[in-house]
Ligand binder design. Structure first.
Ligand code: GLY
Length: 403
């Protein structure tokens, strides 16, 4: 009986792997013109980031820039976006081999390093994996490993087994707030299990992904932004928004985080239910009547002033990066659709409307992101994460079309 069970499991696993690879026979062809544009974008982005570097106070991190007033907004290392500047520099270094970019990344990583012990935020995946994770890919070192493992330990302190999720925001005593964005912090935990052999990180990540899959999504596969759980019973007390147009609307960046997060969770676990979830999110995005023909999402799919509503270049960049990866896991027909979407996003973000002219935009690469509309902050401005995922998507495009 036991042998039968094991054999059965082997067959299922075998079929699964055959399926996973058989579905993966899509070899996208590069659009030569776009590839040339991308090469130019890397050069231009490197020059832009030197403008940004010149204007950056020594202990600060870039958040945004207001073209109308020429003013920057910087942050301390504890802000959720602090990993994107070093992460972008390291991606650009990979392409340009410009050591000045690498040296600047090393300088700012030394400022960021102390956040490994920060237990007051759920954003340690963004902050530490996009930065130290990228540095460790380029030049693996025990020092990076220690920083990343400490960061994962700090993140794990925010997990509550009764809820099954990592706490995103510290709310009122009766609130346990979890946002869809938090799917993006799981990669750090998956990495930590691989690096240490300690499965507790992996288990937390999987629990978070499962609980989010169960509660965060609507029947149409769009996601709520914020869920408020009862910390003792794990019951859902409230479903709402913070950064979207309305509690029942589909905030564009939230949909992008979900798409990227479940694609990544599938990559890390190879559990098909996460791939299914990513495909469902993709289907919501691609079939939505308010998803524009140029594929640069409005800041909210239900923004009341569509077609005049602002676009969010950051959501578009995240979607492009996610769609390229997801196209590697699905059947050929679907892969073509996903890849074409990413290609169109990259073409449009590379055009004058979104890509800043040399020396402008405070040195940021992309224009026209929307940070927090309800707060009336960071509206129609460059955003550090928009740049990060744009550069990542271009790298993914280049690599996935390599012969
Ligand atoms: N994670 C916050 C945001 O996407 O604005």
């Amino acid at each position: 009986m036991q042998v039968k069970k094991i054999l059965g499991a082997m067959v299922v696993l075998g079929l699964f792997f055959i399926n996973a690879t058989a579905q993966n026979n899509y070899h996208p062809k590069a659009d030569k013109k776009l590839l040339k544009t991308i090469e130019q974008n890397f050069t231009d982005a490197a020059a832009q980031y030197k403008v940004l570097e010149k204007n950056l106070p020594a202990d600060k991190f870039p958040k945004t820039y207001f073209p109308a007033t020429g003013k920057y907004e910087f942050s301390n290392s504890g802000w959720w976006c602090s990993g994107f500047y070093p992460g972008t520099l390291l991606y650009l270094y990979q392409e340009t081999k410009d050591t000045a970019l690498y040296n600047e990344a090393m300088r700012i990583l030394a400022v960021l390093k102390k956040e490994q012990f920060n237990t007051s935020t759920h954003d340690l995946g963004f902050m530490m994996y996009c930065s130290f994770g990228n540095a460790n890919q380029i030049a693996p070192s025990p020092a990076y490993k220690e920083i990343l493992l400490n960061s994962a330990k700090s993140l794990a302190t925010r997990f509550n087994p009764a809820v099954g999720c990592i706490k995103s925001w510290d709310g009122k005593p009766n609130e346990y707030l979890v946002i869809i964005d938090n799917m993006m912090n799981l990669k750090l935990l998956f990495w930590a299990t691989q690096a240490s052999g300690d499965s507790s990180f992996y288990k937390i990540a999987v629990s978070h992904a499962n609980t989010t899959m169960k509660n965060h999504f609507r029947a149409d596969n769009s996601s709520y932004h914020v869920l408020n759980y009862n910390a003792t019973t794990g019951a859902v007390q409230q479903k709402k928004t913070a950064q979207g147009f309305a509690d029942e609307s589909a905030w564009a960046r939230g949909q992008a985080w979900g798409l990227y997060g479940y694609t990544e969770t599938y990559r890390e676990t190879k559990d098909k239910k996460y791939l299914d979830q990513a495909n469902k999110i993709a289907s919501f995005i691609l079939n939505h009547p308010n998803f524009p023909a140029d594929k640069i999402a409005y800041w909210d799919f239900n923004a009341p002033d569509i077609p005049d509503a602002l676009r969010d270049a950051s959501a578009a960049a995240i979607m492009a990066s996610a769609f390229i990866e997801l196209s590697g896991y699905v059947n050929k027909k679907t892969a073509k659709k996903y890849f074409a979407t990413a290609e169109m996003i990259l073409k449009n973000l590379s055009a004058e409307k979104y890509k800043a002219a040399a020396g402008t935009n405070g040195g940021f690469i992309l224009q026209h992101g929307v940070g927090h509309m309800p707060n009336k902050t960071e509206i129609d401005v460059p955003l550090t994460y928009g740049d990060y995922y744009f550069v990542e998507a271009m790298l993914r495009y280049k690599n996935s079309t390599k012969k």
